[in-house]
Design a protein around this ligand. Sequence first.
Ligand SMILES: Cc1cc2nc3c(=O)[nH]c(=O)nc-3n(C[C@H](O)[C@H](O)[C@H](O)COP(=O)(O)OP(=O)(O)OC[C@H]3O[C@@H](n4cnc5c(N)ncnc54)[C@H](O)[C@@H]3O)c2cc1C
Length: 284
Amino acid sequence: MKAPAFSYVKPGALSEVFDLLERHGDRARVLAGGQSLLASLNLRLSEPELLVDITGVPGLSGITVSNRTLRIGALTTHRQIEHSPEVARHLPLLAQAVRNVGHVAIRNVGTFGGSIALADPAAEYPACAVALDATFVLAGRGAERRVKAREFFRGLYQTALKPGELVMAGEFPVPDERYRSVFLELARRRGDYAIVGLAAHARMAGGLISDARLAFLGAGSTPVLAVRAAAALEGRPPDAQAVAAAQSVLDEELEMPADLYSSHATKLHLARVLLGRALGALAG
Ligand SMILES: Cc1cc2nc3c(=O)[nH]c(=O)nc-3n(C[C@H](O)[C@H](O)[C@H](O)COP(=O)(O)OP(=O)(O)OC[C@H]3O[C@@H](n4cnc5c(N)ncnc54)[C@H](O)[C@@H]3O)c2cc1C
């Protein structure tokens, strides 16, 4: 199908973006990489009158590290994240996850901020941001605020963004060297959205697990932090007993809505499998 008719504007300054969003209200949509928005227009799931292309706004792209915080600008592409030495060094979880985002053609243009704002429950970044306790920088006209990833994702495709606000960046605390990470997902075909995935991050000291963060994707309407499973691992080695203890509480925590291809029971089984594999990888 073809997209409905719309007007297009590409401002060169943030103030112009905020003017346009204020003037046109919910008849305008922000356009970044277009990898999700243009498909939704073509399917006529959305019919905005105006697309405000933010890719001409300076200062919204790039990866920087300072004061043990890694900051990713909203317009940073998936490909830039994939090839970033800073991300590889400081956030191996994100470096592993980004390789699962679509295909190279999508990663070349799709952006970090677009994925966060879209808040697809099967997307990789939201789960990583929750596991890594990231904070998002949001801005509207004249005001900037910070919202924790754990409070940002509010429901299916729903976020803490207010009308007229943009995602400006994500700020990730750089973990110390005792932390290990593993990102795993199961998809029908390489490049598809995950059926179920797991962003696992934990401190491993003296062979014992602590501060485990197990963020599942494809397991509910938002990324789901499995806190009871993590508690079952606290202070234990990642052995078969610990794996079984964590797996046994997963069904209390994961909503696991069935989709077109997989039942609730199948998805729960896959989540348990991923948890077992993740703990094996953390141990190794
Ligand atoms: C075939 C295919 C497979 C894909 N597979 C995956 C996958 O496996 N995993 C995955 O995570 N994604 C996947 N994607 C989506 C891809 O990652 C997109 O790049 C991403 O979801 C949106 O980023 P974008 O820059 O393209 O945003 P756009 O499509 O331009 O925008 C998406 C939404 O976010 C809003 N928006 C964009 N930027 C901002 C901002 N800075 N502030 C506020 N609102 C903003 C837009 O208004 C729109 O509502 C896939 C896409 C395709 C076409």
